[in-house]
Write a protein that binds this ligand. Structure first.
Ligand code: SF4
Ligand code: SF4
Length: 478
């Protein structure tokens, strides 16, 4: 049997001379050493295992029996991943990854009010003076449709959803419709109101996850970011109360130029509050740019780079805590890796675009639907679920996003070796929603850094995992 490397892969040379071989079309990648690189070079001409053994033995001046097992294992793995083809035999074609387009709507955000009790300059809700609340009957009908469409996760947000006078009825309705994940996003201010603690405990009986916005690890930073004195203490109290009920609770942090330095310290705060996880939101332009001296920074590669560095420091703090506190009765939080684009390298899915409008959708209190919670500009309006029904709106949103953008159709992305991992970035932060995200250099650097950090032997592609009809379903990771 002869093995042949047709040289149709992109090769990334890493700083320590290891290499990444990436098959763009599948997509899949493999990390290998100089030996692997040498093997591939000589397989430019079809070779048998014995010929490869002989060649490598001479190259490294080692006895053939010492290199034979390594060669057999490495070549077999190359074949399995489709990097090397078998001649005179049935060619093994790597299994195509599934695309997110193969899946139906997974997650619906329901922003049940635009009212809010805080004044965050970076938030879109603050810019809307109206105090609207989703009507109960229409809300329940819409939730029923989502359940019938087998949506897996429903996220209640706002504005501040705890201000909705019929929140409990809406949550009870959602809870009873389907065994799905019910999540509530809150600023945590309610915990300090009269009767707020008891109400929060009742909410916890109806939801699986409460995510509390905390934008600093002390009151001066958080209260400044949130515009109300005392909001930090209330948010922390909320996390503690939810944790005490056993319901999953997370800290959601929005990076701003003024709170950047506090990201690495979030781990300690999360431990103190007994939170389950920390989630960082990707920086987006502030809704009130005139209130920020540093507005341009929000959309700059430089700022995003600083945020990623701070995220890396947070991960280091997290790993150190795991070491220091191993065996102690301390609840250690996880850090949501979906913030890091490099996490896509180990996703088993091919990404022609992000999941906006396909895996996820956002509906406001009036029933107006958009492809995702961050993409609510006029151009992205899909229709109204209260009047048109979710099945029609979902089909329309899907079609709209499929027509809007694909890495294969975008001039810049179609030439990029990372396109099926990146999916062209975020539609909400792209300067034009139908264009490439433009943060390419920083995103590509994340991929290379991820590969650099892996030690050999590592052969990880995400393929070989069960997906369709099985357990693996793509999650929207923003
Ligand atoms: S947004 Fe940039 S990194 Fe992503 S696929 Fe397009 S060109 Fe590549
Ligand atoms: S990548 Fe951006 S546009 Fe796409 S779903 Fe996430 S936040 Fe929305």
């Amino acid at each position: 049997m002869l093995y042949h490397y047709p040289d149709n892969a992109t090769v990334f040379e890493l700083s320590n001379e290891d290499i990444i071989i990436s098959l763009d079309q599948v997509p899949t990648w493999i990390k290998t050493s100089l030996t692997g690189k040498y093997l591939l070079q000589i397989m430019n001409t079809p070779r048998s295992l014995e010929e490869l053994t002989e060649s490598l033995s001479l190259h490294y001046d080692l006895p053939p029996e010492a290199v034979r097992p390594i060669i057999a294992k490495t070549v077999s793995r190359f074949v399995q991943e489709g990097i090397v083809q078998v001649e005179d035999g049935t060619p093994i074609i790597p299994r195509e990854r599934q695309s997110i387009e193969d899946f139906h709507l997974q997650q619906v955000w329901f922003n049940i009010t635009d009212a809010c009790n805080l004044h965050c300059p970076h938030c879109f809700a603050r810019q809307q003076k109206a105090q609207g609340f989703a009507p109960l009957h229409e809300s329940l009908t819409f939730l029923k449709e989502a359940a019938q469409m087998e949506v897996d996760e429903i996220v209640f947000s706002g504005g501040e959803p705890t201000l909705h006078p019929q929140l409990m009825e809406i949550l009870e309705g959602a809870r009873g419709l389907r065994n799905w994940k019910v999540k509530l996003l809150t600023n945590g201010f309610m915990a300090g109101e009269e009767g707020g603690e008891a109400r929060l405990m009742e909410i916890c009986k109806l939801v699986d996850d409460v995510q509390v916005s905390i934008d600093g690890n002390n009151k001066s930073t958080h209260d400044l970011a949130r515009g109300v004195v005392g909001s930090f203490e209330r948010a922390c109290k909320t996390v503690r109360i939810v944790a005490s009920t056993g319901t999953q609770v997370g800290i959601s942090f929005t990076p701003l130029p003024r709170n950047l330095k506090e990201i690495p310290k979030l781990y300690k705060l999360a431990i103190d509050l007994r939170a389950n996880y920390i989630h960082l939101n990707r920086p987006k332009p502030p809704a009130a740019p005139n209130l920020f001296k540093e507005t341009e920074q929000f959309t700059s590669e430089e700022f995003l780079g600083q945020v990623y560095s701070a995220y890396d420091e947070l991960l280091i703090a997290c790993h150190k805590s795991y070491e220091d506190m191993r065996g102690l009765p301390v609840k250690l939080p996880s850090v949501d890796s979906s913030f890091d684009p490099a996490s896509e390298l180990i996703s088993p899915f091919k990404k022609l675009r992000c999941g906006a409008g396909i895996l996820t959708m956002a509906v406001n209190y009036k029933g107006d639907a958009f492809p995702c919670a961050a993409l609510t500009q006029e151009r992205a309006y899909i229709g109204n679920v209260f009047s048109q029904g979710l099945p029609d709106i979902s089909a329309k949103g899907r079609h709209m996003m499929l027509s809007l953008f694909s890495v294969d159709e975008n001039e810049q992305c179609s030439k990029c070796s990372f396109r099926y991992y990146c999916g062209g970035g975020c539609r909400a932060t792209a300067q034009d929603i139908s264009a490439c995200d433009c943060m390419c250099q920083i995103i590509q650097d994340r991929y290379i850094d991820f590969w650099e950090g892996l030690s050999l032997p590592i052969i990880r592609t995400g393929l070989g995992q069960e997906s369709h009809g099985g357990k693996e379903v793509p999650q929207q990771r923003c």
